[in-house]
Design a protein. Structure first.
Length: 269
């Protein structure tokens, strides 16, 4: 079985209940996570430790909150209001937790069940191969001596659209924003990071990224998180697994088996 879990955000107890309800078997089943393992929930370090302990049977992409934690750890950013992920840095094993996060990808492909996993979105002009290649650029810089410079320069809402001639920090920032922050864009693929509500609340010039006509990955199943205001969603060959547990909703997972796909959710006690 391949179990894909939505944004955990440090809610360790709910996460463990979800694994139990899904009948997840450590060492036998594979765990995939949509990112944002940390922040706001009370036990972010425990979430990371558990995923780490699963070794190669667990895969997670990085979300925007995970990247912000890395920036705080590097000393190039300060904790944001209402954030608590910086408390991880007070843990005795903080260096190991941070090093492990730095080595996580921003996009992964599951060839057993033919889905692409990202935290937030994919640009309309990127193919599956393009997305994995663009993600690899970020993964490479996170593991090199320029990591801190990247983390310092990843903040900002510009540039707004991709072109193949991009380079430097603008290119890396846009890749990061697309994969970890985007919800809405124009029909031409120009991103707008301001609207954060559900579909229908945005300006009329914008569309949910997965509804943009001509999307190059329209034939590829994509599983993502990030968008709690969207909630669990399955359409347009995409599945959103962030169902807003932090805000009183549910923590969601999908069980991928040869017999089909099953949704598993846990609510609040």
């Amino acid at each position: 079985m391949h179990l894909v879990v939505g944004d955990v955000h440090g809610c360790y107890k709910a996460y463990r209940r979800l694994l139990k309800d899904a009948k997840f078997r450590p060492g036998k089943d594979n765990l995939w996570l949509t990112g944002d393992l940390v922040n706001r929930g009370p036990q972010s370090a425990d979430v990371i430790r558990h995923v780490m302990d699963l070794g190669d049977t667990a895969r997670t992409v990085l979300g925007n909150h995970d990247l912000h934690l890395l920036a705080v750890a590097a000393g190039v950013a300060k904790p944001k209001r209402n954030d608590n992920s910086h408390l991880i840095l007070e843990e005795a094993d903080a260096p190991a937790l941070i090093d492990w996060l730095c080595s996580r990808p921003l996009a992964v492909y599951n060839d057993n069940h033919d889905f692409l996993l990202v935290h937030a979105a994919v640009h309309k002009n990127w193919t599956l191969a393009d997305t994995l290649a663009r993600a690899k650029e970020i993964e490479t810089v996170l593991c090199c001596k320029d990591k801190d410079e990247f983390l310092k320069n990843m903040y900002g809402d510009t540039p707004e659209n991709w072109n193949d001639g991009m380079e430097g920090w603008d290119k890396l920032r846009l890749i990061t924003n697309i994969l970890t922050r985007v919800r809405f864009c124009t029909t031409q693929g120009h991103i707008d990071l301001s609207p954060k509500g559900p579909p229908g609340s945005q300006p009329t010039s914008l569309y949910p990224w997965f509804e943009v006509p001509g999307r190059a990955t329209s034939g590829q199943m994509i599983v993502f998180g990030h968008w709690s205001a969207l909630g669990f969603y399955r359409s347009n060959n995409t599945i959103c697994l962030d169902s807003g547990y932090l805000w009183g909703g549910r923590l969601s997972a999908l069980k991928f088996k040869k017999s089909g796909v099953k949704l598993v959710q846990v609510g609040h006690d």
